[in-house]
Design a protein around this ligand. Structure first.
Ligand code: CTP
Length: 397
């Protein structure tokens, strides 16, 4: 499921945008309608609100304490900006970077891909100004769903009629479907915390939810990879589309599960927050009864990533990705980990930053490789996963 911003500009085809919204919802996407002032003369915002169950945005300066922040949030969370119908006017504004209302500002503020479905009179469509504007936008990566030919609302015959809603929905859906760039690859992902049992009722754990690892596993499967998941204890449901899942509890169990699948994997992503220490004499058979102070001796666990790095030698298979959850100097510490653990990529995050780290849907990370460090902005974990996998694809090549 993806969030699509559906921009509706003022053409007679605006009523067809309602059907486009409905079809995209049927395909599992969430729609945020954004209407220009003139679009509202053709269709009422209520129609879109009833279908999308979200308030329509049209005013850049809507009153309300958080309205501005909300608008910016939409620019960063949208995965596609679809404009249907796109008038000659909106195409001209996009081509020239004009930002005089919410839709045109959103176009500049978002990093999401843009798809436009033009609709206009045939002479307008053929006008060199419009054609040149579209060429400029095409050169910037904007895609178009060409209009159909036939009787136009203005009474003329020719090209300019908004493409059929089904064709627009299909083009949008296709842009959101990741290409199978990891087809034929085997990716092993670890996720979640480990629990080190002290006695039958107590354990040492950590705050990892598994979300980051699950997002990576899910994104790898969507790219066609054969994915195996080793998951520590978590309440978040594991993603669908996994080849096999091993549920483990302790660092030692995770170590064994990973080593068992090591030779199978082309790449291993260690997103799990593995305990560094475990009770030295193992879990006690009996519950520790309350009494005096208790001395709990802790012993180091085996570092899975280090063991993978050491056993790999120079063979370079599997590609090794680790995480560095830090509270200070995340990039320096990640670089040190990269070399010490013989990994190919360390995903560094400062867990003290708002919106980053454990138990949230977003993360802000730096991708550290031998070649350098690439800082990503605060992103949904799904997009962080996509960026990590893009790096893994590079490393596999
Ligand atoms: N990791 C691992 N096995 C462990 C501990 C950690 O494979 N026993 C992996 C984690 O999955 C993660 C990376 O190593 O990908 C970094 O974990 P972290 O605990 O931060 O690394 P340490 O080397 O223990 O660094 P520090 O001394 O800063 O805790």
């Amino acid at each position: 499921m993806s969030l699509i911003c559906l921009g509706v500009s003022g053409g007679i085809g605006a009523y067809k945008a309602v059907e486009v919204a409905r079809l995209l919802q049927k395909r599992g996407h969430e729609i945020q309608a954004v209407m220009t002032r003139s679009a509202k003369k053709f269709v009422g915002p209520l129609t879109f609100e009833a279908i999308t169950r979200r308030p329509v945005i049209s005013n850049q300066f809507a009153p309300g304490i958080n309205s501005n922040v909300e608008h910016i949030a939409i620019a960063s969370s949208a995965e596609l900006l679809l404009v249907a119908p796109a008038t000659a006017n909106i195409i001209g504004k996009f081509a020239n970077g004009i930002a005089d209302d919410f839709l045109t500002s959103l176009h500049l503020a978002t990093k999401a891909p843009v798809l436009m479905a033009p609709a206009m009179n045939v002479n307008m469509w053929e006008h060199p100004a419009v054609q040149e504007n579209m060429q400029r936008l095409t050169a910037r990566g904007v895609r178009f769903v060409d209009p159909g030919e036939g009787y136009l609302a203005c009474g003329w015959i020719g090209k300019g009629r908004l493409a059929e809603p089904e064709a627009i929905a299909e083009a949008a859906d296709r842009m959101l479907r990741p290409s199978k760039t990891l087809a034929g690859r085997r990716i092993l992902v670890t996720a979640g915390p480990t629990y080190e049992d002290i006695d039958p009722v107590r354990y040492i754990g950590n705050r990892s939810s598994g979300r980051m690892g699950f997002a990576i596993a899910e994104a790898a499967a969507a790219r066609g990879a054969d994915v195996r998941l080793v998951s520590g204890p978590t309440n978040v449901p594991a993603p669908s589309g996994m080849g096999e899942i091993a549920h483990v509890r302790s660092a030692a169990e995770m170590h064994a599960a990973v080593m068992n699948w090591r030779d199978w994997a082309d790449a291993i992503v260690m997103a799990a927050a593995v305990a560094d220490y475990t009770p030295a004499q193992g879990a006690r058979a009996e519950k520790i009864a309350k009494g005096g102070d208790v001395d709990l001796a802790l012993a180091r666990t085996r570092d899975i990533l280090s063991d993978l790095g050491a056993s790999r030698g120079d063979g370079k298979k599997p590609i090794l990705v680790g995480f560095a959850a830090e509270t200070s100097d995340a990039v320096d510490k990640a670089r040190e980990k990269l070399f010490r653990k013989h990994a190919d990529l360390i995903v560094a995050n400062d867990v003290t930053k708002p919106g980053a780290g454990f138990d949230v849907e977003t993360n802000e990370v730096v991708l550290v490789t031998a070649g350098g460090a690439e800082a990503l902005p605060l992103l949904p974990k799904r997009e962080v996963a996509a960026a990590i996998l893009a790096k893994v694809e590079d490393l596999l090549r």
